[in-house]
Design a protein around this ligand. Structure first.
Ligand code: SF4
Ligand code: SF4
Length: 465
């Protein structure tokens, strides 16, 4: 009989040691000071060139109205409304024409889109669309295929002289191993689970079923989805999108970057869930499903919310896609971080100005949403995602392209922003936005320029700055 526990033990230990020693994104950040609110950390691997402030304060890292903020129904997301709302269905029919106009006739047109671009885009979406294989609530037969690891009870790190801190590092390391660019852990706030799952039927396009917590019941039925409260941890995963493909926005290459992100989300989150099941715990992977990913990623310390309505990470800016794995594995949560995004966005309007669908506001933050897809109760910049959806489907990433945080690391802007943040010098922000534009950063890259790159090794000296 095989001694599976021995193999598993060694494997986990190796993963943890690898995380600590090899530094594959998991080297502990350096503490460089403290503030009234938290600890200042630097880590080139995790935070790029930014110094971040890791919060020591309990609660939300942004302003919330507890009387208003409630779990949202999935029915009101743009994707769901596209199915049941007559208004949306009408807009979608028109949107197809808009897409044609944008790409072929004029606005936002990339003159030399070729079959090469379309092939890259189509291929990039492959695994995002493989329903049934990914985002399963249980692994094949409820255990790791063939090995039976999942049926051996819950793994305890103490068995191999590890702590839960080591185990948490190992799980984050496994996340990167399976393809994530960033991973963090948070306590799961039930506010970030949809109250209802959108489940349309042929004769009832508006049908939803409630998401409930009843004891340890863990199952999907036709009447409800049951997710027990014991699944109280969430691993937030971020996937970098290719800088040069995003720079082609609103061309097809930007859609390829988006599709590639969605495919990697599905594969990585599902594989990570299998890894956790192999350790005897429950694991529920999700991309956009189950609940909004951005607040989860903020809770897990991956970044801050920007004016463009997306997560902005220190290392990749908004150039990421997000997924998550909900689990009962008692991982140690990270704390939210700040690195000056909100302050910078107050003066910078680049994303709003360059948004062809006017989905991003140039106005101040508000408490109320601007669309049925918004969940009110948070003081922030609300975007109108349906406007975004209707402009070019998934091809547009103009807001990501022009955002100063999108730039590759080591840019002069990163260094200046870092200084401004450390010193809280907000007047510098306007100067930096002007300099950023003057540098030509954020311009649209043609597909020929993208394809001429040799595996992205030909980054010019100027781009490296
Ligand atoms: S919000 Fe949508 S339409 Fe506007 S710039 Fe961003 S991706 Fe484009
Ligand atoms: S473009 Fe400017 S305003 Fe928009 S998210 Fe980026 S930094 Fe904030």
């Amino acid at each position: 009989m095989h001694d599976n526990s021995f193999k598993r033990r060694d494997f986990i230990k190796l993963l943890s040691l690898g995380g600590a020693a090899l530094g594959v994104g998991m080297t502990a950040p350096t503490v460089i000071g403290t503030t009234a609110r938290g600890t200042l950390l630097a880590s080139r691997e995790e935070y790029g060139n930014f110094t971040v402030e890791q919060s020591r304060i309990e609660g939300f890292p942004y302003q919330v109205d507890p009387d208003v903020l409630r779990p949202m129904s999935e029915k009101f997301t743009t994707f769901s409304r596209n199915v049941w709302s007559p208004e949306r269905r009408e807009a979608l029919a028109e949107a197809e024409n808009i897409t044609y106009k944008n790409l072929v006739e004029g606005r936002g047109r990339v003159p030399d889109q070729t079959r090469l671009d379309y092939a890259l885009m189509a291929a990039a979406w492959t695994y995002a669309q493989s329903d049934g294989i990914t985002y399963r609530w249980d692994g094949p037969s409820g255990m790791v295929r063939g090995s039976g690891l999942g049926s051996m009870g819950k793994w305890d790190p103490a068995d191999i002289d590890m702590t839960w801190e080591d185990a948490t590092r190992a799980v984050k390391h496994a996340s990167l191993f399976f393809g994530a660019s960033l991973a963090g852990v948070a306590e799961l706030n039930p506010l970030w689970l949809y109250s209802d799952h959108f489940a349309p039927q042929r004769n009832d396009r508006e049908r939803t079923i409630p998401v409930l917590a009843e004891g340890e019941r863990y199952e999907k039925t036709d009447e409800a989805w049951y997710i027990p409260r014991s699944l109280n941890r969430v691993i937030a995963l971020a996937f970098e999108e290719d800088y040069y493909a995003i720079a082609n926005s609103p061309g097809r290459l930007a859609s390829a970057a988006t599709g590639n992100g969605y495919s990697r989300m599905a594969v990585t989150a599902s594989t990570l869930a299998e890894f956790i099941r192999g350790l005897g715990f429950r694991a529920l992977p999700a991309g956009n499903g189950l609940g909004p990913s951005i607040p989860v990623a903020i809770d897990a310390g991956l970044g801050e919310l920007g004016r463009l309505g997306l997560l902005i990470t220190p290392k990749y800016g908004p150039r990421v896609r997000l997924a998550k794995v909900i689990t009962d594995m008692p991982l140690l949560p990270d704390a939210p971080i700040r690195f000056g995004v909100t302050e910078f966005c107050e003066s910078c309007m680049l994303c709003a100005v360059d948004c062809p669908s006017r989905s991003i506001t140039e106005g101040p933050r508000t408490w109320e949403g601007r669309s049925p897809a918004n969940n009110p109760g948070v003081y922030k910049w609300y975007v109108t995602p349906e406007g975004c959806y209707d402009f070019n489907g998934f091809s547009c990433s103009n807001c990501k392209r022009v955002c100063p945080f999108t730039k590759p690391n080591n840019s002069w802007l990163h260094r200046l922003i870092r200084k401004a943040i450390e010193g809280r010098i907000s007047p510098l922000n306007n100067v930096m936005v002007t300099m950023d534009q003057a540098s030509g950063y954020g311009r649209q890259l043609s597909d020929r320029e993208f394809w001429r790159r040799d595996g992205h090794k030909t980054i010019t000296a100027r781009e490296k700055m």
